[in-house]
Design a binder for this molecule. Sequence first.
Ligand SMILES: NC(=O)c1ccc[n+]([C@@H]2O[C@H](COP(=O)([O-])OP(=O)(O)OC[C@H]3O[C@@H](n4cnc5c(N)ncnc54)[C@H](OP(=O)(O)O)[C@@H]3O)[C@@H](O)[C@H]2O)c1
Length: 418
Amino acid sequence: MTTTTEHSRTTELSQTVTNIDSIAGPDASYEKNRRADSPLENGLPLQQDVALLQAARQRLVLTQAYPVPLPKTDDELVVEIRAIGLNPVDWKSIDYNFAIPQLPYIAGRDFAGVVVQAPAASSRIRLGDLVLSPSTDYRDVRKSAFQEYAISTHQNVARIPRNIQTTQAASVGVAFVAAALALGISLGLKLPALSGQPELDLWETVRQVPVAAIPADIAAECLSSIDNAERPQPGDWIAIYGGSSTSALLISEIAKLAKLKVILLADSVKHGGRLSEREGSIIVDSHDPIRAINIVRSITKERLRFAVDTVGKETASYIIQALEADTKEGKRAHLVGLTGVPKETVEGIVSHSVPIKLFHEVPSIGLALMKWLERALETDAIALPEVEHATGGLDGINAALDKMRRGEISGRRLVVPV
Ligand SMILES: NC(=O)c1ccc[n+]([C@@H]2O[C@H](COP(=O)([O-])OP(=O)(O)OC[C@H]3O[C@@H](n4cnc5c(N)ncnc54)[C@H](OP(=O)(O)O)[C@@H]3O)[C@@H](O)[C@H]2O)c1
């Protein structure tokens, strides 16, 4: 059963009283009743369907007649969502009750679709453009993915070229932003020039931003966590623990383009075949972590100065053992943890966390990243994640998240066409 609640355009999420819907299974038909029967205002319908979270650890509820979000600034645009890319945080935040700034809440971090209202500000984005949007600004539910229409800014969308499917595009956003900021800001790697796109030096770009414009909690990570002389150079090694993950794919693709030598630590039985098809990286089986670290030390001749962990604190504490500062040259080693780093400090080794909010808080950084990604997609410069399609539209998200909870989505992205 699906019930409908009327909302005026101005209704705040926190004020709405939403009736509980039944949760349909993955094969339930999902009635798209939006564009046809919802009245239009400035070309936008007033109402939409959303998958609403009423409380932590609960199922999402398909809720109809919810207000379509509106832009608040000239930089903002409206996207009619065609595909939603699912990230691990989408189920983890519900199950472990974090990153839910208000209830009821609309979650979802990655979407792709059509621009149905262009930004008022002058920009490269036009009405009708197909775009992808990594929604890192999770506190603003207008920008969340689990709805039919969402807000983004022209600095935070990438246009999808014809050679890329919309569902494929929805799989890339957040993983790309995390990869690019981990490499470009935390480790200071220059994102290489692409045909028609100059090199992107994020380390330098962020130093040109007024300090007051950088959020205080990430300022140290952005401005003082790696010295110019320590930054990676072509030929340097980088090791990535959790080599099967989507973010590891994007990190390794960018690193290889920048001529770093890449080692992926992953379960070879599960992922060896697929990973070895990708050229240019060495796969080390992570089944026995101590042995894996010894193999990495041997391959790199104990000269590994850069590593990223995409799994958790425990694996981060293993990979840190493979790192070596260059004491002769006075260069420290650097580890970025996507999901955490060990508390203990090790002399000569700097631990980093990804300053992800830089993407939406500092428009010049967001725009630079999206322009680089647009060109990378256009020129097929990077391999993209393998995609599995989930059925059921917004009503199928619960079942899709269940698949992720059960660990059935490994080495690929689950994408929900809407
Ligand atoms: N700090 C940030 O800003 C930021 C940004 C992006 C991502 N992240 C975090 O980085 C990590 C990797 O993200 P991602 O998007 O790259 O991941 P992903 O591609 O969705 O999956 C990573 C791997 O996790 C394992 N896995 C899948 N389901 C699981 C389950 N239910 N329980 C335990 N393991 C499971 C699988 O590897 P195996 O089959 O090999 O075990 C899978 O390949 C996540 O924890 C994510 O939240 C952080």
